[in-house]
Design a protein around this ligand. Structure first.
Ligand SMILES: Nc1nc2c(c(=O)[nH]1)N[C@H]1C(S)=C(S)[C@@H](COP(=O)(O)OP(=O)(O)OC[C@H]3O[C@@H](n4cnc5c(=O)[nH]c(N)nc54)[C@H](O)[C@@H]3O)O[C@H]1N2
Ligand SMILES: Nc1nc2c(c(=O)[nH]1)N[C@H]1C(S)=C(S)[C@@H](COP(=O)(O)OP(=O)(O)OC[C@H]3O[C@@H](n4cnc5c(=O)[nH]c(N)nc54)[C@H](O)[C@@H]3O)O[C@H]1N2
Ligand code: SF4
Ligand SMILES: [Mo]
Length: 750
């Protein structure tokens, strides 16, 4: 839908904010980006990554044709026929020799809903393998698990971001939107302008923390104790909302008893946050009528991330701050389609519509849409790190689509070694990422502005990303790749018909597969998305005059596994979705910006407390590894850097890795600004220059994870996994820091 100026309204390729932007051709043949003020979330504002995103479309530096390894082991150009033949033949051979579960698939949260859906279906139907997972496991999986545990449903934010400006107090836990989602800062600034308060919990005094009314800087990996300490004080100070707890929750007694063991003095010892600051946080959080807790990767990327998020949810529930206007718990999802990417079946245990691979009714529903026998669907597979760790042993061949685990997986040198040990590796990517460079066959694909598809933003808002430019010749879409592989794997039986290449056709199938499921998209269409600019799920197709969903055909029978999202969603529109349209027997469901206002998505409609207790980090420091390492992001690079490291303006702003060190630790190490430091853990060592700053705890160093090579921080990170979510402990491990070279010696200056 180009505008009168020839600009195409679309969305950013990068993070989950999915900022709206207009793209238009420029006279010099490149693509220009301009403000798209009609999209309410960013109203035209973009961060440096979004503003420079058109540079991704230039052919320079990207893959423009398939590559295949020759007999000498070099990656050389191949035709599409050769490349697809080779991939299909090798995957089929692995399957024949070792069984379907020896073929693995690794997806990404940057893939559109259509691609994520098709990839999950490809693994289960075309390959018959259970071994699929994706990089979202490394992202928000702990928050998702805790959300399901408490609310019966995981939608990162159960309310639009605009609500942040209207509430009374926000506790932002381990989130640094000033670097990771800059246009979202206006909601936090709005909060304070409206008289609300912002509490930031982060071991570093980040750009975000500097905007806060209160900054708590716990020792990394101790958020669980911190949240329980706050809950202890809520109880001790008589601040529990008893009436709400009675009416809307279950499990309070056990959770309360567990929290009461976390005395403020104990919490101070564990976290390093002084008890008076903890009391101050409780006072601010409980003062106004409405408040929110928002978490991001800080508390989530821990081997106890799920319990940690549960503890923050417990705090919200005990104080009556969930499922009420302007109150609630939310997770700031990260990747462009981090939300939709976890709903439509590329996760090891999941079927589309957020259905479960272990539920008989869910299996029947999806199998019917796919036209297969439910018994043919495999069971759940391994979580992302376990899958990578099984390469070369149980899993012999791997297809990667939309991830660069050589840089982004924990204990990355080991992962690299596992990737080297497989019989066959195929990677679909836009650029020759570090992972693609290891592949036997590389398939070059189209990207965001070159193709149409939908994403679901961190708010749960489903969006249409439109094709704005033609792709370079020689590249194909991911959907075409899956179609081509299915044709070959089907051996003339027409398997490719199950893998259409038109994204709208895939979306139409996704709608049916999701109908009646927790993430119900059945009332959403490309036409609606184009007209309305976005629709919040759940959005069931068939609603009565009251805006309540009718049971969809094929929806599982009552009594099978308790309340489905669909049954629950039937009550949604009338209560939270706004006006359901003009009465009559059928109406259009308006979508659901706000969840849980009347009831939670659990069997009994009540939110569930989780009785959690603090436990130590997976690797406590000792004499050999006395310092804590934490990791994260900088504003000008994205993830593994595969995309942003190709863009001059971003490289100029963020040229390489660094180690943030407190002046006291620097003094103890004898290190000065710019000195080359070696950071050593039980898994390896990395080298990067020191950045000395008082804005970090003296017992902790910080490194961003965007670079490969000797500064690749994931060489040292700990793959200890959360038992519920499978999340690795990216945010804390024990290291030793040594001065490699003085700055004068390295010749570095400034
Ligand atoms: N510029 C940029 N923006 C991005 C991305 C990017 O790579 N670059 N990636 C996108 C994606 S996929 C994601 S997931 C989001 C991530 O967005 P964020 O979660 O905001 O990013 P991080 O920097 O990983 O972590 C946030 C903060 O957690 C703090 N932290 C570290 N350890 C702990 C701890 O133990 N407890 C607490 N409370 N805090 C801790 C770090 O100091 C850091 O400031 O960003 C998205 N946006
Ligand atoms: N130490 C440490 N490690 C971390 C984190 C951390 O905080 N600390 N954070 C973790 C988190 S939250 C995340 S989300 C992961 C992300 O880690 P990765 O999964 O490595 O993320 P990206 O770098 O975004 O990789 C996406 C790849 O897909 C390609 N791509 C983009 N669009 C498409 C497409 O449409 N199709 C195909 N086929 N390819 C495409 C890109 O070019 C890129 O190579 O990293 C995790 N790793
Ligand atoms: S904040 Fe995220 S979505 Fe918005 S422009 Fe930056 S990277 Fe793109
Ligand atoms: Mo992420």
């Amino acid at each position: 839908m180009p505008t009168t100026t020839g600009a195409t309204p679309t969305h950013c390729p990068y993070c989950a904010l999915q900022c709206g932007m207009n793209l238009s051709p420029t006279p010099d043949g490149s693509v220009g980006v301009s403000e798209r003020v009609d999209f309410p979330v960013n109203r035209g504002a973009l961060c440096g990554k979004g503003a420079t995103a058109p540079a991704l479309l230039a052919p320079a530096g990207r893959l423009t044709g398939p590559l295949a390894r020759d007999d000498a082991g070099a990656l050389v150009p191949a035709t599409w026929e050769e490349a697809l033949d080779r991939v299909a033949a090798r995957l089929a051979r692995t399957r024949a020799d070792h069984g379907p579960d020896a073929v693995g698939v690794f997806g990404g949260g940057g893939l559109t809903n259509e691609k994520a859906y098709a990839l999950g279906k490809f693994a289960r139907v075309a390959l018959g393998s259970s071994q699929i997972d994706y990089n979202g496991r490394f992202c928000m999986s702990s928050a998702a698990a805790a959300g399901v545990r408490a609310f019966g449903l995981d939608r990162g934010l159960p309310f639009p971001l605009e609500d942040v400006s209207g509430t009374g107090c926000v506790v932002l836990v381990g989130a640094n939107p000033a670097e990771t989602m800059p246009p979202a800062l206006r909601y936090f600034d709005g909060l304070r302008e409206n008289g609300g308060t912002l509490i930031v919990v982060d071991p570093r005094r980040t750009r975000t923390a500097r905007r806060a009314d209160l900054h708590l800087a716990p020792r990394p990996g101790t958020d669980l104790a911190l949240a329980l300490g706050m809950l202890h004080l809520v109880v001790a100070e008589g601040r529990v909302d008893e009436e709400y707890v009675r009416r809307r929750t279950s499990g309070w007694e056990e959770a309360r008893a567990a929290a009461m063991a976390h005395w403020p003095e104990y919490v101070e010892r564990v976290t390093g946050v002084p008890a008076p600051r903890l009391r101050e946080a409780v006072r601010l959080f409980c003062a106004p009528p409405a408040a929110m807790v928002l978490t991001a990767r800080g508390p989530e990327q821990q081997a106890k991330g799920t319990d940690t998020v549960s503890a923050w949810i417990n705090l919200c529930l005990a104080t009556g701050r969930a499922g009420r206007p302007l109150s609630g718990y939310g997770c700031l999802t990260g990747q462009g389609n981090g939300q939709g990417g976890r709903e439509h079946g590329q996760k090891a245990d999941q079927l589309p519509g957020y259905r479960s691979l272990t539920d008989p009714g869910d299996r029947r529903h999806v199998a019917a849409v796919w036209g297969v026998d439910p018994r043919s669907l495999p069971g759940p597979g391994r979580s992302a790190y376990e899958l990578l760790d099984a390469l070369g042993t149980d899993v012999r061949s791997l297809l990667v689509m939309g991830s660069n685990p050589v840089v982004s997986a924990p204990r990355a040198a080991h992962v690299e070694e596992r990737l080297r040990s497989v019989d066959f590796l195929a990677v679909c990517d836009v650029v020759l990422s570090e992972t693609a460079a290891m592949a036997d066959v590389v398939l070059p694909v189209t990207q965001w502005a070159e193709e149409t598809g939908t994403t679901t933003s961190l708010e749960g808002r489903v969006l249409l990303r439109r094709r704005a430019v033609a792709p370079p010749p020689g590249v194909r879409g991911d959907l075409e790749v899956l179609h081509g592989l299915a044709a070959r794997l089907g051996g003339g039986r027409g398997l490719e018909e199950k893998f259409p290449t038109d994204p709208e056709e895939v979306f139409e199938e996704l709608r049916r597969a999701s109908a009646g499921g927790p993430a119900d998209y059945s009332g959403i269409s490309y036409r609606r998305l184009a007209e309305e600019g976005g629709v919040f799920w759940p959005c069931p197709a068939d609603v009565d005059g009251e805006g309540r969903a009718r049971p969809a055909e094929g929806e599982r029978a009552a009594g099978e596994g308790g309340a489905t999202g669909g049954e629950w969603a039937r009550g949604v529109a009338a209560t939270t979705g706004g006006p359901p349209g003009k009465g009559g027997p059928r109406a259009t469901h308006p979508g659901t910006p706000r969840l849980f206002l009347e009831r939670f998505a659990t069997d009994d409609g009540r939110a569930r407390f989780a009785p959690v207790s603090h436990r130590p980090i997976a690797e406590e420091p000792d004499d050999t590894y006395p310092v804590l390492l934490t990791t994260g992001r900088v504003v000008s690079q994205y993830q593994s850097g595969a995309q942003t490291r190709r863009i001059d303006a971003l490289n100029a702003a963020a040229p390489g890795p660094f180690v943030e060190v407190h002046p006291r630790l620097a003094e103890r190490l004898g290190a000065a600004e710019g000195d080359s430091l070696t950071v050593v853990s039980r898994r390896g060592r990395v080298v990067a220059p020191a950045r000395v700053t008082p804005g970090i705890r003296p017992d902790t160093v910080f490194m961003p994870f965007h670079w490969p090579g000797e500064g690749r921080v994931n060489t040292v990170t700990n793959p200890a996994l959360d038992p519920t979510s499978g999340m690795p402990e990216f945010k804390v491990c024990a290291v030793r820091v040594e001065v490699t070279e003085r700055r004068e010696a390295t010749g570095r200056n400034g």
